[in-house]
Every structure is written in structure tokens, then in C-alpha cells.
Design a protein around this ligand. Structure first.
Ligand code: GDP
Ligand code: MG
Length: 775
């Protein structure tokens, strides 16, 4: 019965629009085990799920044995299933979970909340052979790309999981590009090789074409789709054959592939190995020398370990990407994938971080995820880059300029947490007790240490002195958070609940920096701003379920932008006497539309030569504050103003004038100039990618035409068509429901902010009228 209920609720979740990684994350029941460094005794150890010995011996493994890895995948490619198998084979869970039954470790179920203390996990730790693997969760939905980016900062390598029957799908492409930006070495895992229509060659081709990368085929599948039963390691020429489907995958036969076993396969492997050797030799000089020297006559004699270390070098240098295959669901190929993670992905000390030189051996850590636990308050996931972190100690948060006390440090092993006495560089842990720290904050040992690091950084930059606030921009700068595209009002059921709601929202914001909360200055209402329809829905849902507050959301509205069409000038005078002080400012500003680089709400500020000569340095901050603040609310509809240049042409200030008054005058002056410059409203334009079967294609296209969509390309992907289009965000509301009914649920889509485009004059005046009507 319970199993049926679980199954039902998973399916219900999956089919609802709330189906997403956030909801699927694990909520683990807390089991805390304590390990002290001296005698390594284990306490409170209820039903140890893993190999106790291995936990005991390695609280802080050597840095070269740590792998901080993310798994990235399009939704449904099999990330959860693969993770689950990894935990099973490494001994941290005893039974195999099944996503479809809702009993996997890294997915969480709503009902689990009701049972005791639960926490969401952002990272899970386990050991494989002699390596410590920290698997960091990256959410699959596009609404959460900020989360993905945040995770990418703390991981050193990644596994991209693909559905071998679908090849590269939209979300993987997005995350792949983000990983490019952060220069993260990757390996690819072609999952679902057991599926009808699974195709190794097709998937490899799609990696080559779409990801524009060089795949290194380290394995060849034995059989495909229904006949898939194992694989051949191209490097060692060993074949691994698993027992038939019902087995848990721990039993397999591994032996050298001989020509007599299967002459065709033998030849294929031989060819694949030669290709691999040539590819690697092309990319790695050291290996090329070896190949051309000693082994030029016979590639067969090249030792596997030489080839493996060359593959490792080209992977770390991101010149190519190893490709492996398997079927997580059918328990095949996961152990070799784990081996490949340890073999080809970098240890933390093989990645270079500029800021490390400024900290030397002092503590430098990054808070990368905050979770709220009802009993213990905020739990902060941190990664240590240098120095060490200890429980019962004070730390300094650079971003918040505050000192905080940390009470405990925990390692997030699969479904238990182990208390540890210290955390060394390269490792990840969960801290208890930090109350102020939020996602993206840099944590050091003390203010003095931050100042010292800033001084070193300043020296490097050739400057005399640096304030601590500059450290922030120099060191572990936070994730770039795109501006939210949707917003709506949120109201508590009664005024009495407003305080609880504010509290819930501030907790949620610490967890998720892409959620913004504002107060409407006119109505006093709370406004929720998010990255997508789904994002806001999830927040609404979490407030209800996690904080027990039933809230009402206003209609979802679009976060437009404003820009200017022409250049214009304005002057403004402020003359106020407060007490016995006279505040007197005159300002003259010019605004111009920015050409070239687009879509930034940060105005470029310049000063006329006559101003810069006279201007005391300390007033510059006040002026720039005034300009920046003015750009947050455009003069037409109060949306952020983008792509403008501002020149301060003249400024006079009476000596008694406060900085606030200067900002106020400059701000008002800019509003005047903007109004004169002719305001253009811009709307968010989204990239839409729909995967749909041939027979539903025309219905999807007809619908798209009514949504002001412009179709850029229609590709074929196996039996499906993939429509790539651009569509205004305003036309995408409720799209998931519409598309589902148009295509009998067979289509999937992804949406992503592409740019902001100008509304035409009709649309703009219609929007203005609608807004007037609303007010
Ligand atoms: P995620 O969304 O990437 O986390 O994917 P899940 O692990 O939740 O899997 C999505 C669906 O694909 C589930 O129904 C799984 O049972 C199924 N699945 C996962 N791995 C495989 C596989 O290797 N073969 C097949 N045929 N199905 C799989
Ligand atoms: Mg999943």
C-alpha cells in the first residue's frame, strides 16, 4: 500500500508542472555520527549503511584523492538513477532505489518531510576505492540555471549524462556552455544504452556537432538497445559483461577480449584504440613523442597506463572529452564510470585559483548552499580552498562584513552525517551555527586575515592600499545573478502572518539568490521576483509546505526593461536648508543610448573634463549612487533602465551639503534627462526549444505562430523534430499546459532568456494602457 502511495505521488509530481529537481532533492533523515580525529571512535551510529572502516580512516583524505564532481544532464536523462547506482556500488546504501518508485536517496519525497527532521541535500559524499567523491547536485530545470552556475564554482570536474537515444538536449547544451565558462573538465556518460532506439554512434555524433568538442571513445558497447549487455574498454581491450537484467550489477565478467571471442568486435576495438591513440597524440606532445618514438611500429604495445595518463592530461586541459556508456537503470556501466571519475577528472589541487596566492595558508572557503533546518537553523555547505575550518570557532564573512561562530562541522555521507574535527583544503562539508552567511559568501578566519589578503592582492594589482570591501570583488566573487523576468505580489492570509512570511522569504532568499523580494513603495505589498513561472510556483509551494503559510499570489507579471531612443540633457537644482545647514547642489547630465555591448542595467558613467578636475574623490560615490539608483526605476513604468551612457557635465556643491542630498539631486536630474530622451519599453525574448513527435509538429507550430514566435530552425532527432524558436516571454505563460494538451503529453520544451527586444509602438501603448487600468 505504502509503495503504491509512493508511486502515485511520484507520478503526480512528475506530471504536475512542479516536477523539478528542487522537489526531487533528497530530504534525508538526520543521523549524526561523530568521529574524533584521535581515536576515530564512532558514536550514535545507528545502522551504518556503508563501509565503516573506510569512513573511519579518511576524515580528511589527501587532496589528490578528492574529486568534487557535478552531474549535469537534461531532465530525465538519468542523473538521479546514475547517482543512486554510484552510492549503491560504493556501499553507502544497501538497496537499489528506483526513481519510478520514489525511493532513491537523492530524490526527496513530500511524505518524508512528515517523518522527523529532514534536510535537503546539495552534496553527497562517498568513497570509491581510495578516493573521496563529493557529488554536488546540479538542478536540471532551466529556471534554476543560477543554481547550476553556483554549483559549477565549487566543483572541479563534471560528468555529463546523456540519454543515448536522444543525444545532446537543450538543457545539457546550456549547462555545457556554463561549464566551458568555468573551465571545468568533463567526461560524458551515454546512459540508457538499453533503450529501444539507443544509438552509441548517433549520440557521439551529436556530442561532436552540438557541443563542438572532441569525444574520446574510451569504451564501445557490446550490443545495443535490447541486446546491450556490456562494454569493451578501448584502452585495455578488456570486455566487461554484466549478468542479465535482474541482477544488481555487482556481478560482471571482466576479461581480455580475444579475436576468437568475436572477430568483428575485436577489429572494431582495435580500430577504436588506434583512433584514440592518434587523437590523444595530436593533443598531447609528451604522448606524441612516446608514440612516435618507441612505439611507432606497433601501437598495440603502448602500455595502458601511458595512454591513460595522456587521456587525463588532455581531459584536464579540456582539449577533449572521454566518452563512456552504460545503462544506470539496468545496472551496467556505472562502476567503470566511477573509475573514470577518479582516473580522468582533476583533484582540487590540479585546478588553479587566482585568489589562493593571497591567502597563503589562511582559511578561505566559499558558502555554496544554505538549507534551513527547523531544529538546527541554517546549515551552510562550504568548500574550503585553503587553510582549514574547525568547529567551535569564529569565522569572518567578507561579503557580510561580520564575524560568526560555527558550532559543528558535518560530512554529508549518503544518508547520514558524520561530525568531523576539521575540514582541509579541497573538501566540502556542512556547517552548523552560521546565521548570517548566504550562498556565494566568502568565509575567512578573521577580519585581519581578510585585510592581509587584500593587501597582498592590492600589491599584486600595483596599488598601495585596498579596503576589505574590495576583497569581495577580487576573490570569490558571487555568481552573476540574472535579473528576474517574472514578478507577482504575495500576501499572507492575515496581517498577523506577515512577519512569518517575511521570515520565510528571507530564509528562502539565503538559499536561493535568484529569488528577489521587494516592497512595492506605493502599495506596501510584498513582491516576489523570479526566474520563471515554475520558479515562482515552487517558492509558493515551499512557503506553504515548509513554513506552513498559505499565501496568495497576484497575477504573474513580466519584468520589462526601459531604454532610451535619443540623447538628451537636463539640469536640476536642489536647495534645502535643514536645521542650520544649507544643502545646495546643481547638476547637469547628458544621457545617450549605448551602442555595442547590450542588455546591461549598469550605466556607464563619465565625467566632463571640467568636472573631473574639480571633483573631490569622496563625492564621486554619492554621484554614482544617485545615477545607479535612478536607473533601477525607469521614468515610464518603473522598470530598470538598460544600455545607457551618462556624462556628468557640470556639478556645483555647497560645502555643507550631505552626500544623500547630492545623490538625490543627481537622481532626479537623470530622471528628467531620461524622460526627454524618449523611453522605449523592452520585453524579455526567450529561446524556446521544443522536442515533439512528427505527428504533433504542425499543431505545435501553428500554436507558436499565434504567440509571436519566430522559428529559427527545425531539426530532426531520431523520430522526433526539434523546433528552435524565439518567443516573447509574455506569450509563454501557461505554455507547459497548452503544449501538453496539444501533443498528448509527448512534447518537452526548454525556455531560456535570450535578450530584450523593443516592443513596437502599438504593443507599447497597449501595455501602457493596461498598466494604467491596473493602477
Ligand atoms: P533525471 O531526471 O536525470 O534525474 O533522471 P532519472 O534518473 O529520474 O530518470 C528518468 C527516467 O529515466 C526514469 O523513469 C528512469 O527509470 C529512466 N532511466 C534512467 N536511467 C535509465 C536507463 O539507463 N535506461 C532506461 N531505459 N531508462 C532509464
Ligand atoms: Mg532527478
Amino acid at each position: 500500500m505504502l509503495r503504491m502511495m509512493r508511486k502515485f505521488s511520484v507520478n503526480a509530481l512528475k506530471s504536475s508542472s512542479l516536477c523539478n529537481e528542487h522537489l526531487y532533492f533528497r530530504k534525508t533523515k538526520m543521523r549524526i555520527t561523530s568521529v574524533t580525529q584521535k581515536n576515530c571512535s564512532l558514536r550514535n551510529y545507528s545502522s551504518p549503511p556503508g563501509d565503516v572502516k573506510s569512513l573511519r580512516s579518511v576524515i580528511n583524505p589527501h587532496i589528490s584523492r578528492i574529486r568534487n564532481i557535478g552531474i549535469m544532464a537534461h531532465i530525465d536523462a538519468g542523473k538521479t538513477t546514475t547517482t543512486e547506482r554510484m552510492l549503491y556500488y560504493s556501499g553507502y546504501i544497501r538497496t537499489l532505489g528506483d526513481v519510478d518508485d520514489g525511493d532513491t536517496v537523492t530524490d526527496f519525497m513530500v511524505q518524508e518531510r512528515e517523518r522527523g527532521i529532514t534536510i535537503q541535500s546539495a552534496a553527497v559524499t562517498f568513497d570509491w576505492k581510495d578516493y573521496r567523491i563529493n557529488l554536488i547536485d546540479t538542478p536540471g530545470h532551466v529556471d534554476f540555471t543560477v543554481e547550476v552556475e553556483r554549483c559549477l564554482r565549487v566543483l572541479d570536474g563534471a560528468v555529463a549524462v546523456f540519454d543515448a537515444s536522444a543525444g545532446v538536449e537543450a538543457q545539457t547544451l546550456t549547462v555545457w556552455r556554463q561549464a566551458d565558462k568555468h573551465q571545468i573538465p568533463r567526461i560524458c556518460f551515454l546512459n540508457k544504452m538499453d533503450k529501444t532506439r539507443a544509438s552509441f554512434t548517433y549520440a557521439v555524433e551529436s556530442i561532436k556537432q552540438k557541443l563542438k568538442t572532441k569525444p574520446l571513445l574510451l569504451q564501445l558497447p557490446i550490443g545495443e538497445a535490447k541486446t546491450f549487455r556490456g562494454l569493451v574498454d578501448v584502452v585495455t581491450k578488456e570486455q566487461i559483461i554484466w549478468k542479465p537484467d535482474l541482477d544488481d550489477g555487482k556481478n560482471f565478467e571482466q576479461k581480455l577480449l580475444l579475436e576468437a571471442d568475436d572477430p568483428n568486435l575485436f577489429q572494431e576495438v582495435q580500430d577504436a584504440r588506434n583512433t584514440l591513440i592518434e587523437q590523444v597524440a595530436d593533443l598531447d606532445d609528451e604522448f606524441a613523442e612516446l608514440v612516435l618514438g618507441e612505439y611507432s611500429e606497433n601501437f598495440d604495445l603502448i602500455p595502458a597506463d601511458k595512454l591513460q595518463s595522456a587521456i587525463r592530461r588532455v581531459t584536464l586541459a579540456q582539449k577533449a572529452v572521454p566518452v563512456l556508456c552504460g545503462s544506470a537503470l539496468k545496472n551496467k556501466g556505472v562502476q567503470p564510470l566511477l573509475d573514470a571519475i577518479t582516473m580522468y577528472l582533476p583533484a582540487p589541487n590540479e585546478r588553479s585559483y587566482d585568489f589562493l596566492q593571497w591567502y597563503k595558508d589562511d582559511l578561505c572557503a566559499l558558502a555554496f548552499k544554505v538549507l534551513h533546518d527547523k531544529c538546527r537553523g541554517p546549515l551552510v555547505f562550504v568548500r574550503v580552498y585553503s587553510g582549514s575550518l574547525k568547529p567551535q570557532s569564529a569565522v569572518y564573512n567578507i561579503n557580510k562584513s561580520c564575524t560568526e561562530r560555527m558550532s559543528r562541522l558535518l560530512l554529508p555521507f549518503a544518508d547520514q552525517q558524520i561530525e568531523i574535527p576539521s575540514l582541509k583544503p579541497g573538501n566540502i562539508a556542512l556547517t552548523v551555527g552560521l546565521k548570517q552567511s548566504a550562498t556565494g559568501d566568502t568565509i575567512v578566519s578573521s577580519k585581519a586575515s581578510a585585510v592581509a589578503a587584500a593587501r597582498r592582492a592590492g600589491r599584486d594589482a600595483g596599488e598601495e592600499k585596498r579596503s576589505t570591501s574590495d576583497v569581495e570583488s577580487l576573490l570569490l566573487a558571487g555568481v552573476e545573478i540574472p535579473d528576474p523576468v517574472f514578478f507577482c505580489t504575495i500576501e499572507p492570509p492575515s496581517m498577523a502572518k506577515q512577519e512569518d512570511l517575511d521570515n520565510a522569504l528571507s530564509c528562502l532568499q539565503r538559499e536561493d539568490p535568484s529569488l528577489k523580494v521587494k516592497l512595492d513603495p506605493d502599495t506596501g505589498q510584498t513582491i516576489l521576483c523570479g526566474m520563471g513561472e515554475l520558479h515562482i510556483e515552487i517558492i509558493h509551494d515551499r512557503i506553504k509546505r515548509e513554513y506552513g503559510i498559505e499565501t496568495y499570489l497576484g497575477p504573474l507579471q513580466i519584468a520589462y526593461r526601459e531604454t532610451i531612443l535619443n540623447a538628451a540633457q537636463a539640469t536640476d537644482v536642489l536647495d534645502k536648508t535643514v536645521g542650520d545647514k544649507r544643502h545646495f547642489v546643481t547638476a547637469e547630465l547628458e544621457v545617450r543610448p549605448r551602442l555595442g555591448e547590450r542588455a546591461t542595467t549598469k550605466p556607464v558613467i563619465e565625467y566632463a573634463a571640467s568636472v573631473i578636475e574639480m571633483l573631490p574623490k569622496e563625492l564621486q560615490g554619492a554621484i554614482e549612487n544617485g545615477i545607479t539608483n535612478s536607473c533601477i526605476q525607469g521614468p515610464l513604468l518603473g522598470f530598470p533602465v538598460q544600455d545607457i551612457d551618462v556624462t556628468v557635465q557640470s556639478l556645483t556643491v555647497h560645502p555643507d551639503t550631505s552626500h544623500t542630498m547630492i545623490s538625490a539631486c543627481v537622481s532626479r536630474c537623470l530622471q528628467k534627462a531620461l524622460k526627454k530622451a524618449g523611453i522605449q519599453i523592452l520585453e524579455p525574448l526567450m529561446n524556446l526549444e521544443i522536442t515533439v513527435s512528427e505527428d504533433h509538429l504542425s499543431a505545435a507550430l501553428a500554436d507558436l505562430a499565434q504567440r509571436r514566435g519566430s522559428i529559427q530552425e527545425i531539426q530532426s532527432r531520431q523520430d522526433n523534430r526539434v523546433v528552435v524558436a524565439a518567443v516573447p516571454l509574455a506569450e509563454t505563460m501557461g505554455y507547459s499546459t497548452v503544449l501538453r494538451s496539444l501533443t498528448s503529453g509527448s512534447a518537452t520544451f526548454t525556455l531560456q532568456l535570450a535578450s530584450y527586444q523593443a516592443l513596437n509602438s502599438q504593443e507599447q501603448s497597449a501595455l501602457l494602457q493596461r498598466r494604467m487600468g491596473l493602477v
